[in-house]
Design a protein around this ligand. Structure first.
Ligand code: HEC
Length: 113
């Protein structure tokens, strides 16, 4: 316990420094969005920041991603196959998971508050 507490404190500091927590999904929302949030936190937030405000990868929040991808199929294609420094996720996530994380970015991250 004596070691784990400072360790957890350190981890939470690092997470805070990286843009805080990913936006929450309402309890009554489609479960696919909650699944998408978990996928986002594990696979995408490191580059795009937890809130989607951008880092190594471009900003996705404040309607950016929906503006750039009016057709959701194009966004799914990009996440599946990658582009430039954006890794392809076809080998790491199933098509269903890619759809869930894409919906999370469009329906929870992107909308301007
Ligand atoms: C290693 C860092 C990295 C990770 C991890 C990463 N991305 Fe990216 N992402 C990028 C970069 C860099 C670009 C810009 C690619 C380019 O056009 O050259 C990008 C572009 C994108 C775009 C297009 C943005 C635009 O405006 O054109 C979307 C959507 C996207 N990423 C979603 C995701 C999702 C969803 C995940 C997790 C499943 C993810 N990214 C994980 C680095 C990353």
């Amino acid at each position: 316990m004596r070691r784990i507490v400072p360790f957890l404190f350190g981890v939470s500091l690092v997470l805070t420094a990286c843009g805080g927590a990913a936006p929450e999904v309402g309890a009554d929302a489609d479960p696919a969005l909650a699944a998408g949030r978990t996928i986002w936190t594990r696979n995408c937030a490191s580059c795009h920041r937890a809130d989607g405000s951008g880092g190594r990868g471009p900003q996705l929040n404040e309607d950016r991603v929906t503006g750039r991808f009016p057709d959701v199929a194009d966004q799914i294609e990009l996440v599946t196959n990658g582009r430039g420094s954006m890794p392809a996720f076809s080998g790491r996530l199933s098509p269903e998971e890619i759809e869930q994380v894409t919906r999370y970015t469009r329906e929870v991250i992107a909308p301007s508050k």
